[in-house]
Write a protein that binds this ligand. Structure first.
Ligand SMILES: [Zn+2]
Length: 271
């Protein structure tokens, strides 16, 4: 009797989780599309093509963050098997290499440029000490004209959790303003540098007028969709295609759970 009850509760919980998870859309995180051996944030174009073709072949449809937002808030319909592709920092190869590949396949993506570093060489990530240029304003306009989405990745790419209130306000509000003025569009989504945020960051991002913000794993709830702590799944240059398939598949949320567990274990071991 007790055993049957346990089974029923267990299956019930599983089904409940399943229907909840089914509605979750995988959000992938890319940086550069370039061949930099040994650099996990730099995905060679060949591998990127393989991944886009996998999505196409298996009936996935790329959507923007605005489409996801409109679906949850205004009940706008979504295509079958939706997936979101995001690019952090806005490197020039996103426009030169990734954009034509996306366009050929009628796919969409969101890029997050750093407002004060548009068209300049990066200083926040080394890529094996090779200076890497970001998209300039003209390239961002090309990206935008192709129907792609643009969000903010702050002004200077700091750890937002280490900023005082004045600096935090500036990073969130000014970056939005600069991008909106230069690109004549609304900037509705924010991407936290290094994925770090805290309660203060989250509240101030809401007050700055964003509709949502993207993190990576840290502090992101997995049981519900928190619009200012959306988790993303990094796509590493080292991963084989089967791993990519699992990351966009039905149980992609398990990757987030596993990575969160891995991080917590590492944190505990360090103590
Ligand atoms: Zn970044």
């Amino acid at each position: 009797m007790v055993f049957s009850l346990f089974i029923i509760i267990f299956v019930g919980i599983l089904l409940g989780w399943h229907s909840k998870f089914r509605k979750r859309v995988p959000i992938l995180m890319y940086h550069r599309i370039a061949d930099v051996p040994g650099e996990r944030n730099s995905l060679p174009a060949g591998k990127f093509i393989e991944q886009l073709d996998y999505l196409k072949l298996h009936g996935y449809n790329t959507i923007t963050l605005s489409e996801l937002y409109n679906h949850f808030v205004h009940k706008a319909p979504l295509p079958p098997h939706p997936v979101i592709l995001t690019f952090d920092d806005g490197y020039e190869d996103n426009c030169r290499v990734a954009l034509p590949l996306l366009q050929e396949r009628r796919m969409k993506a969101t890029v997050f440029p750093i407002a004060n570093w548009v068209g300049r060489e990066n200083k926040w990530e080394s890529f094996k000490h090779r200076p890497t240029r970001t998209m300039n304003w003209d390239e961002l306009r090309v990206w935008q004209a192709a129907g792609m989405e643009i969000g903010s990745h702050t002004l200077e790419h700091p750890f937002l959790t280490q900023c005082d209130e004045t600096r935090l306000q500036e990073e969130l509000v000014e970056s939005k303003k600069i991008l909106e003025n230069k690109l004549s569009t609304n900037i509705d989504f924010l991407c936290y540098p290094y994925g770090y945020f805290d309660d203060k960051t989250l509240i101030m991002a809401q007050q700055a007028g964003y509709k949502g913000a993207l993190a990576i794993f840290e502090k992101t709830p997995v049981w519900r969709q928190e619009w200012f702590a959306l988790p993303r799944i990094p796509v590493s240059s080292r991963q084989p295609l089967w791993e990519f398939a699992l990351k966009v598949g039905r149980f992609h949320i398990l990757f987030i759970i596993l990575r969160k567990l891995e991080r917590s274990m590492k944190g505990l071991l360090r103590k």
